[in-house]
Design a protein around this ligand. Sequence first.
Ligand SMILES: Nc1ncnc2c1ncn2[C@@H]1O[C@H](COP(=O)(O)OP(=O)(O)OP(=O)(O)O)[C@@H](O)[C@H]1O
Ligand SMILES: C[C@H](N)[C@H](N)CCCCCC(=O)O
Ligand SMILES: [Mg+2]
Length: 203
Amino acid sequence: MYKPLFVTGIGTDVGKTLIAAILVEKLKCDYWKPVQAGDLENSDTIKVQALVSNTSSVFHPEAYRLTQPYSPHKSAMLDGVVIDEKSIVAPKTNNRLLIEGAGGLMVPLNDHFLVIDLIEQLGAEVILVSQNYLGSINHTLLSIEALKQRKIAIKGIIFNGDENASSEDYIVNYAQIKHLGRIPKLPTMYKKTIANAGTYISL
Ligand SMILES: Nc1ncnc2c1ncn2[C@@H]1O[C@H](COP(=O)(O)OP(=O)(O)OP(=O)(O)O)[C@@H](O)[C@H]1O
Ligand SMILES: C[C@H](N)[C@H](N)CCCCCC(=O)O
Ligand SMILES: [Mg+2]
């Protein structure tokens, strides 16, 4: 049986949800976002569901649905709840499960438990989403360093947006991880665009 795939990023807003949709469609796997902070009426689960065409992927309900768009520990506090990591248990499925985190790896879920701890708890392997901007080499290598320190398996890295071949080469050569592909800026967010974008990723 496959380990779950955990899609994390070098920060928030780097394109995890978009890339999760492309992967769910490509692999026909299930999708689960354990903690949604804010945007409940247009959650990441709703977005991915709207972009996926196949009918075998199952979209599992979030463990925590928080009303405010902040770091989950703060959103939880504002809603008067405390996220209990023991209650975040992967949904049962016979299909491969893709999990999307919130923000990057060191984002807190409560006062002692971070997204990276959740990846370990779930026994998942990681796909890291990076974007090319000035400063992104540092953010990317720090993320990889944290994963390696915990001996978390890294399936590879996907770059999102404009190409920067020299940065991408530096990162994969230095960190010795697999370049799984790059998703260009997509002009439209239709199901067909997402299905076609699967060809940009080797997995
Ligand atoms: N390759 C792309 N082409 C066009 N638009 C993109 C691309 N990647 C991301 N976007 C847009 O950028 C925004 C942020 O992307 P996305 O929601 O996937 O980020 P995220 O990493 O999932 O954020 P969060 O931490 O909130 O979960 C969205 O509006 C998304 O549609
Ligand atoms: C609300 C937002 N869309 C994300 N899901 C949460 C991002 C938390 C980032 C926290 C941080 O790194 O400072
Ligand atoms: Mg997202």
